[in-house]
Design a protein around this ligand. Sequence first.
Ligand SMILES: O=C(O)CCC(=O)C(=O)O
Ligand SMILES: [Fe+2]
Length: 253
Amino acid sequence: MLTSFNNQKQQIEHSQTLSFAERGFAILPSLYEKELEVLRTIIRKKYIKTLEDFHIFDFTNDEFKQPFNYHNLSIENHSEIWGKQQRIFSEYESEEFLKFSLFDYLKNKFGFLKVADIEGIGYPEIYWRIVRPNKTEDVSGIHADSWFFTHTNKMTPKEQDNLLKIWIPIEVLPNEGGLGVYPGSHLKEWDYDTVKKDGRIKPKLNYLPNHEKILLPLKPGEPVIFDKNLLHYGVSHKADYTRVSIEFAIQVS
Ligand SMILES: O=C(O)CCC(=O)C(=O)O
Ligand SMILES: [Fe+2]
């Protein structure tokens, strides 16, 4: 039973004793350091290219070319710059990522078949996210991804069958920001509303779920896999650090 716990560590320990089906998420083996560097390089290149496309070149030194220092640049049009289009991996980048050992693990343990193409880009969809510190507008509120699949992407329940979500922090200070989950919440029904935003319908939860939650203390390169119906939420750092993470959905057998 997920009743009250004194601290996050206890909650996580308890959670590890339950199965994936019960808790609705699992922390996966970390990427290799080399693989993490491959991802950092892909993201850094896209990051600098995007800023240059928006005529932002004023990096006073190389440290400012690091996405985790992004909030120190003076940027006025943040949301205009970082549309999803700027953050989706190219087909080549996605192929490079699919060579990672993570996918062998996912084949063995979860029956991984393929990375899903939720937006219809024509190849496996992997995208990254940039979250400035102390900016709640940069993170998603509490949601289940199935709500987006249904309303934003207009997917039928059958098309959502056997989809699982994966989130990997690339630049994060563990315990200070990242991803929070509500263990076991995928087994309950939650009411939510929908709102129109940027021309698309988006789900919105207008209350705080009466359910235990955990901020996952993940280190860079430590993936978490979760059920499409699991309630979760993004957390923006309190510390002086911009968070970068990647996410994608997989289809399993
Ligand atoms: O990174 C975030 O802030 C939210 C991530 C998320 O909602 C997801 O990966 O499904
Ligand atoms: Fe999500």
